[in-house]
Design a protein around this ligand. Structure first.
Ligand code: ADP
Ligand code: ZN
Length: 438
């Protein structure tokens, strides 16, 4: 490997050997950078790594211990900073809903690298100069909004930094400025559709072509629903703040798994119990190493997200491997009377039923010694007639199909549209009243 300066189009189509050589070069650089931080200096030394020269092959990455969210918390605020503070031009911090926040620092060069990845992602979905990009993800410390903003500008799209919420204004902007591309959570897309008529709009008012949906787990059925309701293409977008944010992995127009930009991220999947790497094609927890950031290097980060690396190359010609849609986070997994259940499995069943609305909530509680899971879902207003037979049939079908898929017997409650709460940011799909039973 002579250099690591590739044009983006070229790097997306590098043959696997050249890509691996580039990854090794960048991994070594990243290890060298990490060794300058107080956190990794100790962590790597304990693992016998004191210089980048201790990494000879890509497989040597296995000598490096995993990094967890708790490690990042422990290193708060400066333990993972590897440059002088005056080199840092931006920071992002996690919401901290579950404890001490975590912080990621970016140099200008880090941001430029990230922007290039977002340009690449947007292009993969067919976005181009002239498109109007309405960014409905929250701007702020959360990386969802600002993350795609600069890439969209660099690509030459007209960017409307609408941020999340204020649905009425979103419609007005969409109409007046002929938005072609929306970036939003899938749950917000469905909410938009729900409110459209009531706010006096119809699809004819808009010029929509596509939506980029991400930040929360969603099923193929939800993508399909969004595409059918809006008559657009919807593309899955994956990222997390520890790995910059959006543009870790993105679907191309083939819509068949998300390309991980492997020149920037080293991908592994591991068994959740043994923590040993699993082969491509086998589901596991996604572990990522960012190869192009100096502000805050992070090695072998356990994302807690469950996915499968797709071994076959994509028909689009890009050589970077793809991952399947995220099934959920390992900590989203519910244990119902000993059976493991992911909310996404239930979503899959209900969202393909005719007549089902756009919002649902899974409630879990203890009844005596047993766990009881009840699915609350909205259904179309047309089903609420004097004749309750349609509702009854739908309820029975949901029960049967959930039972067939995950072997538990759920309760099912059907509600009118607008009954269930809607979140501004990521959707909350589960209310578990059992407390910490895990
Ligand atoms: P937080 O950890 O506070 O939610 P982030 O905003 O960085 O912070 O969220 C990243 C997480 O969001 C990912 O680890 C993953 O669980 C989820 N996520 C992001 N994009 C997707 C997606 N396309 N599909 C499923 N889950 C996603
Ligand atoms: Zn592809």
């Amino acid at each position: 490997m002579k250099h690591d300066l590739y044009e983006d189009r070229e790097v997306e189509r590098l043959d696997r050997e050249a890509l691996k050589a580039l990854q090794l070069l960048r991994l070594k650089k990243t290890v060298a950078t990490a060794l300058t931080t107080p956190f990794y200096k100790k962590r790597l030394k304990d693992a016998g790594i004191t210089s980048a020269e201790d990494i000879h092959t890509l497989e040597d990455i296995r000598k490096i211990p995993y990094t967890t969210k708790d490690d990042l918390r422990e290193a708060y605020p400066y333990g993972l900073l590897s440059v002088e503070l005056d080199e840092v031009v931006r920071m992002h911090a996690s919401s901290g809903t579950t404890g001490t926040p975590t912080v990621i620092y970016h140099t200008q060069n880090d941001l430029d690298n990230w922007t290039n990845l977002t340009v690449r992602s947007l292009k993969a979905t067919g976005c181009h100069k002239g498109d109007v990009f309405q960014n409905m993800m929250t701007y702020g410390l959360f990386t969802g909004g600002i993350g795609l903003h600069y890439g969209a500008e660099k690509l030459g799209m007209l960017v409307i930094p609408a941020s999340s919420g204020n649905t009425k204004r979103q419609f007005q902007l969409m109409k007046d400025f002929k938005t072609t591309t929306i970036h939003a959570t899938p749950s917000y897309m469905l909410h938009l559709y729900n409110r459209m008529e009531e706010l006096g709009y119809s699809l004819k008012d808009f010029n929509l072509k596509r939506a980029l949906i991400g930040a929360e787990p969603h099923s193929e059925e939800v993508r399909q629903k969004i595409e059918d309701l809006f008559h657009i293409d919807a593309y899955n977008s994956y990222g997390l703040s520890e790995m910059n944010g959006p543009s870790v992995a993105f679907e191309c127009t083939e819509k068949n798994g998300m390309h991980v930009w492997e020149d920037a991220y080293y991908v592994e999947t591991i068994d959740r119990k043994s923590l040993e790497p699993v082969p491509d094609g086998t589901e596991g927890e996604l572990v990522l190493t960012i190869l192009v950031r100096t502000g805050t290097p992070i090695l072998r980060y356990r994302t807690k997200d469950l996915t499968t690396v797709i071994p076959e190359p994509c028909t689009c010609g890009r050589t970077s491997r793809r991952i399947t849609r995220i099934k959920g986070r390992t900590d989203d997994m519910l244990i119902i009377n000993g059976v493991n259940v992911f909310p996404s499995q239930i979503e899959e069943v209900i969202m393909k039923m005719p007549g089902i609305g756009t919002n649902y909530l899974i409630k879990v509680k203890k009844v005596g010694t047993l766990d009881k899971l009840t699915i609350h879902t909205e259904v179309g207003a047309e089903l609420f007639t004097d004749d309750a037979r349609d509702l009854y049939t739908l309820k029975s079908r949901i029960k049967e199909e959930v039972k067939a898929l995950i072997t538990i017997n759920p309760g099912v409650e059907l509600h009118e549209p607008g009954f269930l709460p809607v979140q501004q940011g990521k959707a909350i799909r589960v209310e578990d009243e059992r407390g910490s039973v895990y």
